[in-house]
Write a protein that binds this ligand. Structure first.
Ligand code: GLY
Length: 358
């Protein structure tokens, strides 16, 4: 099963192609069609690139990827290296790897010569359903994650579900958390479909996996098309995609992005807190809350952590750069598939109402 999704924003138009075993075929096309190509490749997936007969003749840089690579030093060093290779305005950067590589590569591509072509080949489930869609990129600073970056759409995105067979169960689960998030915020039918099919996703059933990735991207696309630069404050706001991320992101920061939680695990706990908050404020029925929690428990997504209501977590949330005039933007639920953005919340209200329903 192959799927194609077209994304047409105000200034850009490109396609996302989902196809099994399609990476080498597409790399050959990219080399043939483009003037000068520089490949930035996560070392973990360099074995894919090596399948290209003449890979040694290509311009490529391998990188040992983790969240830590998204820093100013790497941005400068990689940019200098790419400039030395002799890129021009019509040259292309191809990023082959997970979300951290995509974020760094996107920022480099958007600023080199004021913007050269970018093609993304995401190799983790998380990057296939989230970061490779919608054009956000960025690097981290001492004060926080993704504080420097741009919105810059790629020329195309190539998704190969067969590549996921090399991922650990935990990495798959991390991506799955973003997939179920898309169902919870926007598509009740998709949530129920996932109830019936999640086990097949973890078994990497190609048809089911392709459909889950496809549907997930279609949901994300709705928000990107309506609100590419995250300016809206209503139910079409791109910020709705941050469901579960207020506490999830605070937990990641609390644990200093160490191995305790993957991104998906942290936002899973964040989603359960956000769903509880929605119920405690009178928006979400107990029945819907329980359906969400049962889905998480039966798919081994974590629903709590001993430190989730630590004072430091609330301090991190309070200091978030996205807060305005003491108000915390919070994504809440009126039901499964029906999320909305509340800009009325404050720290006191959060402390009082976020406790998890037993
Ligand atoms: N991951 C949320 C967004 O792309 O807006």
């Amino acid at each position: 099963m192959n799927k194609k999704i077209n994304i047409k924003t105000k200034n850009d138009s490109y396609s996302i192609n989902i196809e099994k075993n399609s990476i080498i075929k597409n790399i050959k096309k990219i080399i043939y069609k483009n003037n000068k190509v520089v490949f930035l490749i996560d070392k973990k997936v360099f074995y894919i690139f090596k399948k290209l007969n003449n890979y040694k003749n290509q311009n490529y840089i391998t990188i040992n990827c983790s969240e830590k690579i998204k820093n100013f030093n790497n941005y400068v060093n990689l940019s200098e290296k790419i400039i030395k290779i002799g890129v021009e305005r019509n040259s292309t950067i191809v990023a082959i790897g997970g979300g951290t590589l995509g974020d760094l590569s996107g920022f480099i591509a958007s600023t080199l010569l004021r913007g050269i072509n970018l093609i993304l080949i995401p190799t983790t489930l998380l990057s296939q359903v989230d970061s490779s869609v919608g054009g956000k990129n960025g690097i981290n600073t001492k004060s926080g994650k993704n504080l420097v970056g741009t919105f810059y759409q790629p020329k195309s995105v190539i998704i190969d579900p067969s590549i996921l067979s090399t991922l650990s169960k935990r990495e798959l689960l991390s991506g799955y958390a973003e997939i179920i998030k898309h169902g919870i915020i926007n598509d009740k039918k998709f949530f129920y479909w996932l109830n019936n099919n999640s086990k097949k996703i973890f078994k990497l059933d190609n048809n089911i996996l392709t459909q889950a990735i496809y549907k997930s991207i279609l949901i994300k696309r709705k928000y990107v098309l309506k609100d590419e630069k995250e300016k809206l404050k209503n139910s079409h706001s791109r910020a709705i995609l941050n469901f579960g991320h207020t506490f999830g992101h605070a937990l990641e920061t609390f644990y200093k992005f160490n191995q305790k939680f993957t991104h998906g695990e942290a936002i899973s706990i964040g989603m359960i807190i956000a769903a509880s908050f929605s119920h405690n404020l009178g928006y979400l029925s107990l029945k819907d809350f329980e359906k969400i929690k049962i889905h998480f428990l039966s798919n081994n997504l974590p629903v709590q952590d001993e430190n989730m209501f630590n004072k430091k977590i609330f301090n991190i949330i309070d200091k978030d750069k996205k807060n305005l005039n003491g108000k915390i933007n919070f994504v809440l639920l009126k039901g499964i598939g029906n999320a909305f953005l509340s800009n009325k919340q404050n720290l006191k209200n959060l402390k009082k109402n976020t406790h998890i329903i037993k």
